[in-house]
Design a binder for this molecule. Structure first.
Ligand SMILES: [Ca+2]
Ligand SMILES: [Ca+2]
Ligand SMILES: [Ca+2]
Length: 174
């Protein structure tokens, strides 16, 4: 499970990552986690933590297919297909991603940390930070608009930086 993209500092005018028509420096925060494990993963009752507190508990029946992404937005009412990714909003009322630095971790129901990422002031650029290239890129994450293929976009919730789907995601037929 790869923490692939972190939107800690949404642009106050251009940062409408959740697609609800309102750019919010809080609600439009998100985490994008990609399952590159080779098998589907049951995330039910797993949690997302910031440096100090649990901010989200994945609800029952959260099954992340191999090769697909799950998005956790801080809030709002997400609108869009997001590349077929699973989409949730923070159960604790927000992700509270500090713009200047945070330790983000994904923990199983027993509290064991399965993925963690620590960022600093590089996140404070009115855009997300992302792996470059997606999934396999090294630390540190880079500002999204500087990632190869981003076309200058500020974020790519649920998709690769170029807007294409992850290999295991399916957009269901309308
Ligand atoms: Ca923030
Ligand atoms: Ca929004
Ligand atoms: Ca992305």
């Amino acid at each position: 499970l790869v923490i692939n993209e972190i939107h800690a500092d949404p642009d106050p005018e251009l940062g409408d990552a959740n697609g609800d028509g309102l750019a919010s420096i809080t609600d439009d925060e998100f985490l994008e986690i990609v399952n590159a494990s080779g098998a589907s993963v049951d995330l039910s009752d797993w949690t997302i933590w910031d440096t100090i507190l649990s901010r989200h508990t994945f609800p029952p029946a959260t099954i992340l297919p191999d090769g697909c992404a799950i998005l956790v937005f801080s809030g709002g009412d997400p609108v869009g297909d997001f590349g077929g990714a699973l989409v949730q909003t923070a159960s604790g009322g927000g992700l509270y991603l500090n713009d200047l630095g945070e330790i983000v971790s994904l923990r199983d129901p027993g509290g064991d940390v399965h993925s963690t990422y620590t960022y600093g002031i590089e996140a404070d650029q009115n855009q997300s930070i992302t792996r470059d290239p997606d999934v396999n890129g090294p630390d540190p994450l880079v500002p999204h608009s500087q990632a190869a293929g981003s076309g200058g976009r500020l974020y790519s919730p649920g998709t690769r930086v170029d807007g294409s789907q992850f290999w295991g995601c399916m957009i269901s037929a309308q």
